[in-house]
Design a binder for this molecule. Sequence first.
Ligand SMILES: *Cc1c(COP(=O)(O)O)cnc(C)c1O
Length: 417
Amino acid sequence: MAAFAEDILQAAEAAELEIESAVKNLERIVDKNQWKIIEAFQRHQVSDYHFAGSTGYAYNDRGREVLDLVYADVFGAEAALVRPHFASGTHTISTALFGVLRPGDELLYITGTPYDTLHKVIGKTGDGTGSLADFGIGYGEVALTPEGGVDWDEVALSINDNTKVIGIQRSRGYDWRSSFTVSQIGEMVRKVKELKPDIIVFVDNCYGEFTEELEPTQVGADLIAGSLIKNPGGGIAETGGYICGRRELVELAAYRLTAPGIGGEVGAMLGTTRGLYQGLFLAPHTVGQAVKGSIFAASVFARCGFETKPAWNEPRTDLIQAVAFDGPDHLIAFVQGIQRAAAVDSHVVPEPWDMPGYEHPVIMAAGTFIQGGSLELSADAPIRAPYIGYMQGGLTYSHVKYGVLMALQSMKDRKLL
Ligand SMILES: *Cc1c(COP(=O)(O)O)cnc(C)c1O
């Protein structure tokens, strides 16, 4: 057992007692999602032969076809496109948006500024990069209210004849705001459709999958997308993304991924298929381990005097745990402590660096089996006031627990605690 200060161990013990009821509730969600996935596998009679890979054009790859059906079933959608050919979450979201938007159309985000990597997908008129703007697709966004809700007066003013897609981001991403629960997203869909019935509601579902019993497509979202190296890959999928939703929209996204007229009917899975099935099967459990870790972290860090968002007893709809620290030294000790608890690359000491695309130095901890896989325990922090550290993931609860204890011990070693 690693050596931890007595008061840190006591805080951990007290935290584990405190979070018991929240963990019970979480276990119910895990059970429901696990059975939902087993039932989907059963309905589509998933068998060993589905796991074989395919090569070349891969026409009639039954494993690939059934995987799409299973995803559609689990997400309560008409259709799905689940592919290792999506290089990242951003690529997947970009494919969905380019799939359905046409020159002259407008995309309107109603949950404030979207995730950083999407800014260049949206782009600027004449930027020459092939961004949405470069293709003459307009963009608008409505900032959240000071309370963190959707500003409906502004949304009503912003929707116009050209508004074709409404964008909603479920997860807080790396903002000190709350994430939107599936029931809140359902309410947003209802209100948006009241304003314009034929509008397409798109949800960036990254980090949200299986943290609740329902998914956005089950409460009216038309199209959703996410990354397979986050929640639904279960820590097993080595790469990829998924898009689910109304059949004609998923088909348009598939035309964008490959080529018009070809869509999802080609695409060699090589050796990835079994991992995508097995990852989906494991996802509810693994997401549950990660969320339990976040609940624990929220409780322990609060006990040590830091503000946490969400608090341990607040509802959760994604993996991300934010903690507000007192200054840069705490932040660096936190991230370095998380790294020290990793099985992979624990000997590396993360340092803040000027990452391209960021305005402040950023420090990141990641000791993962899948590069950048953020269903695995990782932590990031931009070094700027108000000094918020973000942590997410964890394939096992015990790993997260040790990560948190190491973070606190690192602070203690530097006399910051
Ligand atoms: C991770 C994430 C993305 C982008 O995914 P990448 O794999 O990093 O490209 C987009 N939106 C949200 C909310 C995310 O969490």
